[in-house]
Design a binder for this molecule. Structure first.
Ligand SMILES: Cc1cc2nc3c(=O)[nH]c(=O)nc-3n(C[C@H](O)[C@H](O)[C@H](O)COP(=O)(O)O)c2cc1C
Length: 350
């Protein structure tokens, strides 16, 4: 299937595997791109050296194009841009605080800039800053997410922009792809569906929680880092929702220190990012410090395999996903179902 998205990214199917911290590693990205989709490496939780090693690992597995996701406000952002240019990565994705200078540099090196946005005004701003295409995530989507559902946000953004728009938030199959195309999208982007595959590195005990989760149990809360985030409501999230401010602050400082070790940043750097975040998002200091704590709690479930004591970011779509296919099987089935759906619709009213 050819759409403006497959043209832009050089992939076979208009299906993006989005970046997910500690989930979208080199193995998952290689599998997604090799299957004819387009994978994004989750560089936002990596040091620049780890991003480079990830790019090299992907290239050793597949010659198909792929992308890198990172935070433009992070201390290593400029270095990651240089790495992406040096390795001629096909595309980059980013979300909060896009930096015009970095976008200009990437674009002049021929790298496609495709940010994810969760609101109409951010979509318009992203294009003003140079985005070649935009992934628009409805509130059903996993991780940080907006307030407006895909069914409302997607047509609104499609009508307003002149660049290809990719639908995200709540997609899992070929019928969803056709539905998004019918609204004017150029393809779909999925996180949770790719998290729930064989190649995803998430430990089995944690994947089982995703399989078991009901749609009603996958809620939006701002208690993790002060920003609305969709997660599976478990014991850990329940305790956060009920924690007193002093307890939350202590835990945040302890885990924040550990996170600076993990990412190679400095405590000062972390505090300055936290301060900028606080200013940009008008959060309280307690909430801001909690933002530094969040990665540790996510890792507890996604890396250490302790879902009951960690946080599980998830799209609501996990509530209707009950299998863990191989990535190639998944991408093939989406392409096949999209063709069947288009053929079925072609028969309507005849
Ligand atoms: C476990 C998890 C981790 C995520 N981490 C990131 C991230 O590091 N960077 C990012 O831009 N988006 C992140 N997201 C959002 C996804 O990239 C994607 O936009 C979202 O999952 C789409 O909605 P869906 O889950 O309904 O497919 C994450 C989502 C999940 C479920």
């Amino acid at each position: 299937m050819r759409t403006p998205l497959t043209e832009l990214l050089g992939c076979e199917h208009p299906v993006i595997q989005t970046a997910m911290g500690w989930v979208a590693d080199a193995k998952l990205v290689s599998a997604s791109s090799a299957a004819g989709g387009f994978g994004f490496l989750a560089g936002a939780v990596m040091t620049p050296a780890e991003v480079e090693a990830g790019i090299q690992a992907i290239k050793s597995h597949t010659s198909k194009p792929f992308g890198v996701n990172f935070h433009m406000y992070a201390p290593g952002a400029a270095e990651i841009v240089d790495i992406c240019i040096r390795h001629q990565v096909r595309a980059v994705s980013y979300s909060r605080s896009p930096a015009g200078t970095l976008i200009d540099k990437l674009k002049s090196a021929g790298i496609v800039c495709i940010p994810t946005v969760g609101a109409m005004k951010h979509a318009v701003k992203a294009v003003e800053l140079g985005a070649d295409a935009v992934v628009v995530q409805g509130s059903e989507g996993g991780g940080h997410t907006g307030k407006v559902a895909s069914s409302i946000l997607l047509p609104q953004v499609v009508a307003a922009l002149d660049v290809p728009v990719v639908a995200a938030g709540g997609y899992r199959d070929g019928r969803g792809l056709v539905a998004a195309l019918s609204i004017g999208a150029a393809g779909i982007a999925m996180g949770t569906r790719f998290l729930m595959t064989q190649e995803s590195p998430v430990p089995g005990a944690t994947k089982a929680e995703y399989v078991d989760a009901a749609a009603e149990q996958i809620i939006i809360s701002d208690k993790l880092d002060g920003l609305p985030q969709r997660m599976i409501y478990n014991k850990c999230l329940a305790s956060l929702e009920q924690a007193s401010s002093p307890k939350m602050l202590l835990l945040a400082i302890k885990n924040g220190l550990a996170f600076t070790k993990l990412t190679g940043g400095s405590l000062l750097g972390m505090l300055s990012s936290a301060w900028q975040m606080r200013k940009a998002n008008q959060m309280s200091l307690g909430q801001t410090m909690m933002a530094a704590n969040a990665p540790m709690m996510i890792q507890e479930a996604m890396v250490n395999g302790h879902p009951e004591s960690g946080i599980l970011p998830s799209g609501q779509v996990a509530g209707i996903i009950k299998d863990l296919p191989a990535v190639a099987e998944l991408v093939d089935s989406i392409a096949r179902e999209a063709d069947e759906t288009i053929a079925r619709l072609g028969q309507l009213g005849r």
